[in-house]
Design a protein around this ligand. Structure first.
Ligand SMILES: NC(=O)c1ccc[n+]([C@@H]2O[C@H](COP(=O)([O-])OP(=O)(O)OC[C@H]3O[C@@H](n4cnc5c(N)ncnc54)[C@H](OP(=O)(O)O)[C@@H]3O)[C@@H](O)[C@H]2O)c1
Length: 296
């Protein structure tokens, strides 16, 4: 299939490499041109603009930071929707509020094209291996058309309802995940005087009712971080988590309720970012919380 990917950040690059490996012809475009290099090295072609990308591809995939990025990539004069896109399929995978996906879906439908929103769980590694968790929102026809491709990107695709439902589910899935990193760090601060070795502590917590799946999946890296060792480049960093927390809080407030746990973690993470920690991966957050607590 002829696929265009607009947005080759961490996730977009990994997805491009995965789809090339699956045998698709992939063309990419990114606002910052240098970030297309990894995808190009893996065999992707480069488009001169998002509009050119959309004209040349049958299916367009976007995975971008936020609603502002969606606005620029789709709606600018050289954006994805600038040219004739009738009959094309758009798969929008960013983590944003449902209203952003619904507004985009209406514009895409008005142009005679189809859309599936499919924000994902899982980070760069699962994206590279086609093992994401897809949380889709779409009408029947668009979903059926997108499903074979989604199955190449995801270990599981859960159709949550019409467009907007996937975004709602994605924000919900990330809430306990993000709160967990802070909560686990606070737990580590509590047990610090016991003097346990980091690997033993993490292993013990993975065997408790409070040990989240993410701890089980990333135990070795969390233990390394707690032991003060290097854990490699960040995949899902603290600044991205702050963005997701703000998005959850906006969504809840627009519907008339509060999210006290998410709100207090955002305060803690804003302070961490102000202290220069915005780029750290989730696996390093517990170690940061222990250091922060020791300094209090
Ligand atoms: N990283 C993860 O583990 C993970 C997991 C699941 C879902 N997600 C979600 O996936 C999305 C992408 O995450 P990521 O980690 O791949 O982020 P990233 O590496 O920071 O990449 C973000 C992408 O969005 C583009 N972008 C940002 N602002 C833009 C703007 N104003 N105009 C045009 N393009 C813009 C960036 O282009 P430039 O290169 O020009 O900045 C880049 O292509 C986010 O919604 C995130 O919440 C991430």
């Amino acid at each position: 299939m002829n696929i265009g990917i607009a947005g080759t950040g961490r996730m977009g690059s990994a997805i491009a490499q995965r789809l090339l490996e699956c045998g698709h012809a992939v063309t990419v475009w990114n606002r910052t041109p240098e970030k297309t290099r990894a995808a190009q090295a893996a065999g992707a072609r480069l488009a001169g603009s998002a509009a050119e990308l959309a004209i040349g591809a049958e299916t367009l995939i976007t995975i971008l930071t936020n609603a502002t990025a969606i606005d620029l990539v789709y709606r600018s004069p050289q954006g994805l929707l600038a040219g004739e896109v009738k009959g094309k399929l758009f798969i929008e995978m960013s983590t944003v509020r449902p209203e952003a996906e619904r507004a985009l879906a209406a514009e895409i439908a008005a142009k005679g094209a189809q859309i599936v929103e499919c924000p994902v769980g899982g980070t760069v590694g699962p994206a590279r291996e086609g093992k994401l968790l897809g949380l889709a929102g779409a009408d029947d026809a668009a979903f059926e058309r997108a499903k074979p491709l989604l199955d190449q990107m995801c270990r599981r695709v859960e159709r949550c309802g019409p467009v907007g439902a996937g975004a709602t589910m994605k924000l919900a899935v990330n809430l306990p995940l993000i709160v967990f990193w802070e909560a686990f760090g606070e737990a580590m601060a509590l047990v610090r005087p016991l003097g346990f070795d980091a690997a033993r502590l993490v292993e013990l917590f993975t065997d408790t009712a409070g040990g989240a799946n993410v701890l089980k999946n990333r135990a070795a890296l969390v233990a390394k971080a707690l032991a003060g060792e290097d854990t490699g480049p960040a995949t899902f960093d603290l600044d991205s988590m702050r963005k997701d927390l703000r998005t959850m809080l906006e969504e809840a407030r627009s519907r008339g309720f509060e999210l006290p746990a998410a709100a207090s973690v955002l305060v803690a993470f804003d302070q961490a970012a102000a202290a220069g920690q915005g780029g750290i991966d989730g696996v390093r957050i517990p170690a940061y919380v222990v250091t922060r607590s020791a300094a209090d």
